[in-house]
Ligand binder design. Structure first.
Ligand code: NA7
Length: 542
C-alpha cells in the first residue's frame, strides 16, 4: 500500500467497540498494517461504557450479534431474549479474543486530533498522551451514541452528593441502598435504570422533560429449544440482513391499520403488547408514515400507560403527547411505568416545573426543593456527530470537520466526506446507523470499506475521496428519505434537537438498510462512482 517506512500504518481505526473490532479483524485478515486506538480500558464501546443497572439491548439478542462468521454464530449461545450489558460486553470480548485483536489495540488512549497532510496524503493522528502516528487511511468507529451530554444546569458543580451519567457508570458497584436518588432524563437509558434504582433507593425523584413511549420488553430466558434451533437459522438470518429494512425480520400483519376493523386491530395490538419488544410498531404497514394511522397505535399505548399507573395525575404526566409514536426511539422496559406506583417514586414534570438550580444538597425547581444524595444524568448523547466533531479532525485545505458540519453533517453514503480523503466513518451520519439493526449496519460498512481498500491496493492507488457533487446528492437523498417518514414531527436526537445550538438536520438515512445496501453496491460496482481514486498523492492547495 505505497509501502513507505515513514508511515506507521496502512489503516488506523479509532474505537474498539463492535465497529472497530470488526474493522480491525477484517484489516488483519487482509494483511493491512493496522491498529486501533480506544479511549476505554477494554473493548466493547457502547457496552463498555453504559454499565448502569438495567442496561440491556432493545433488539433481541439472536439478532444483535454478528453474522459474518458462521462459526462465531454457532458457538455463541445467548441466555436471554434481550441481552444485558454484561453479556453483550462478554460477547465483544470473546470476539476480540478469538480474532486475536488485543495486541492490535492501544487502550486508555483518546485520539485528540487528526490532520490530513495534503502533500503526502497521510493522516497524522495525535493521542491524548502526545504521541503522533501516521497512517494512510483513517477509519472512525467511534459509535453514534458515544459523546455523552450533561446539561449545563446552574449550580451543577456545587452538588456535594454523588453524580453519574448513565453512559459513564462506574465499574465498581454503586451502593444506592437507603439513598435519595434523582434521575434526570426519561429516554431509553432513564427508562431502563429507573425501575432498578427504585428497587434499591429509599426515595427516587424522576425529572422528566418529555414523556416517552415505552413498551414492555417481555424479557425471559431463551428456552433450550430456542437455543438449539438458532444455528439452523443462520442462512436465513444472513439473507434477511440484506433483504430487510432493519437487517432482521420484524414480522407484521402486512395490513394498514386504517383498513383494519376495531376488534381485529385491538387483537393484534394486544398480542404484540403481550409479546413484548418493539415489533408493535411494525404490526401494521401505515403507522410509520400516516399520522392518522400512527395516532391509533399511539392511543393504544397511551391507554396502556393509564391502565398501569394508578395515580391518574401521574399517569397523565407520563403519557406522551404531541409527537407520533416511533419518531423518537421507542423505549423498551419491563416495569418502568409500574415503578411510579411505589410510594417512594415521584415524578416531576419539568415542562410545568423547570429546574432552577442544582444546590449543594439536591435540586430546586420552580415548585419545590428535592434533597438528594445521588444525581443520575440519563440525558443522552450528542448523537451521530458529537464523537466525530469533538475529535479535531482537519481535512484537506485545513478545514475542520466541526466547521464543515456547522450547518449539519453531509457525507457520501455516511461512509466518507468530501474534503477528507482517506477517511471513512462506520455508522456515520447519512448511513442507516440506529434506524437499522446497528450490527447489520456495521457489518455492511466494514465490508464495504474493506473492499474499497482492497481495490485501492490491487490497483496501486493511494487516495480515495468523495466528490462534492456525490455528497450533495446523497445529502438530498437522506433528507428525502426522512421526509417520507413521520420523523420530523418529533424533537429527537435524530434531528439534533436535544443539543442546544445544534443544526436541525435529520442525520441517519431512513430509507432502509436493504435499499441503502443496494445503493452502496451499485456505487462499488460502478468503479466507486462518486469517489475520486488517485494513484498518486493529491496536489497541495495552490
Ligand atoms: P435519549 O434518548 O437522548 O434520552 C435523554 C433524555 O434526557 C430525554 O428524556 C431528554 O429529554 C432528557 N434530557 C436531555 N437534556 C435534558 C435537560 N437539559 N433537562 C432535562 N432532561 C433532559 O438518551 P438515552 O441515553 O436514554 O438513549 C440513547 C440511545 O441509547 C437510545 O435511543 C437507544 O438507542 C440506546 P427530551 O426528550 O430531549 O426532552
Amino acid at each position: 500500500m505505497g509501502d513507505r517506512g515513514w508511515i506507521d500504518y496502512d489503516v488506523l481505526v479509532i474505537g474498539a467497540g463492535f465497529a472497530g473490532l470488526h474493522m480491525l479483524s477484517e484489516l488483519k485478515k487482509a494483511g493491512f498494517r493496522c491498529r486501533a486506538y480506544e479511549t476505554g480500558s477494554g473493548v466493547g464501546g457502547t457496552w463498555f461504557w453504559n454499565r448502569y443497572p438495567g442496561a440491556r439491548c432493545d433488539i433481541e439478542s439472536v439478532d444483535y450479534c454478528f453474522l459474518h462468521d458462521r462459526t462465531l454464530h454457532h458457538d455463541w449461545v445467548w441466555s436471554e431474549r434481550f441481552a444485558t450489558q454484561p453479556e453483550i460486553l462478554r460477547y465483544a470480548e470473546h470476539f476480540a479474543d478469538r480474532a486475536g485483536l488485543l495486541p492490535l489495540i492501544t487502550f486508555d488512549t483518546r485520539i485528540v486530533a487528526a490532520d490530513f497532510d495534503t502533500s503526502s496524503s497521510v493522516w497524522s493522528v495525535r493521542t491524548e498522551h502526545g504521541d503522533e502516528v501516521r497512517s494512510r487511511f483513517l477509519v472512525t468507529a467511534v459509535g453514534c451514541m458515544s459523546a455523552p451530554q450533561t446539561p449545563e444546569i446552574p449550580g451543577l458543580s456545587r452538588f456535594r452528593g454523588e453524580r453519574f451519567h448513565t453512559a459513564r457508570w462506574p465499574r465498581e458497584p454503586v451502593d444506592l441502598a437507603g439513598k435519595r436518588v434523582g434521575v434526570i432524563g426519561t429516554g431509553s437509558s432513564g427508562i431502563q435504570v429507573i425501575p432498578e434504582i427504585a428497587g434499591k433507593a429509599a426515595e427516587v425523584v424522576v425529572f422528566q422533560r418529555t414523556p416517552n413511549f415505552s413498551v414492555p420488553a417481555g424479557n425471559r430466558p431463551l428456552t433450550e429449544a430456542e437455543r438449539a434451533a438458532e444455528p439452523a437459522k443462520y442462512d436465513e438470518r444472513v439473507t434477511l440482513a440484506s433483504t430487510t429494512r432493519f437487517g432482521h425480520v420484524v414480522p407484521g400483519t402486512g395490513q394498514p391499520i386504517l383498513n383494519t376493523g376495531h376488534d381485529d386491530r385491538l387483537a393484534v395490538l394486544e398480542d404484540r403488547w403481550a409479546l413484548g419488544g418493539t415489533s408493535i410498531v411494525a404490526a401494521f404497514t401505515d403507522t410509520g408514515r400516516d399520522l392518522r394511522a400512527n395516532a391509533l397505535l399511539a392511543d393504544f399505548v397511551r391507554d396502556k400507560i393509564r391502565a398501569t399507573v394508578t395515580d391518574p395525575e401521574t399517569a397523565e404526566r407520563l403519557v406522551p403527547k404531541g409527537y407520533p409514536i416511533g419518531t423518537k426511539r421507542l423505549c423498551v422496559s419491563d416495569g418502568y411505568f409500574a415503578a411510579f406506583n411505589q410510594d417512594h417514586v415521584r415524578l416531576v414534570d419539568l415542562r410545568t416545573e423547570p429546574i432552577e438550580e442544582i444546590t449543594a444538597d439536591g435540586v430546586r425547581t420552580t415548585g419545590d426543593t428535592f434533597p438528594l444524595d445521588v444525581l443520575v444524568f440519563a440525558t443522552g448523547f450528542d448523537a451521530f456527530t458529537g464523537a466525530l466533531t469533538r475529535m479535531n479532525i482537519t481535512g484537506r485545505d485545513g478545514v475542520s470537520l466541526a466547521e464543515q458540519w456547522e450547518k449539519g453533517p453531509k457525507t457520501y453514503l455516511g461512509l466518507a466526506m468530501a474534503g477528507f480523503p482517506n477517511l471513512f466513518t462506520i455508522t456515520g451520519p447519512g448511513s442507516t446507523t440506529v434506524l437499522s439493526n446497528v450490527l447489520r449496519a456495521i457489518e455492511h460498512h466494514v465490508g464495504w470499506i474493506r473492499d474499497l481498500l482492497l481495490t485501492l491496493r490491487s490497483t496501486d492507488r493511494l487516495v480515495a475521496e468523495a466528490e462534492p457533487a456525490a455528497q450533495e446528492d446523497w445529502a438530498a437523498q437522506v433528507a428525502a428519505a426522512a421526509n417520507r417518514t413521520l420523523y420530523h414531527h418529533a424533537d429527537s436526537y435524530y434531528l439534533g434537537a436535544n443539543i442546544d445550538g445544534k443544526a436541525r438536520v435529520f442525520m441517519p438515512y431512513a430509507g432502509g438498510l436493504d435499499v441503502y445496501r443496494r445503493i452502496c453496491d451499485s456505487v462499488a460496482s460502478e468503479g466507486y462512482r462518486g469517489f475520486t481514486l488517485s494513484r498518486e498523492t493529491l496536489p497541495g492547495p495552490g
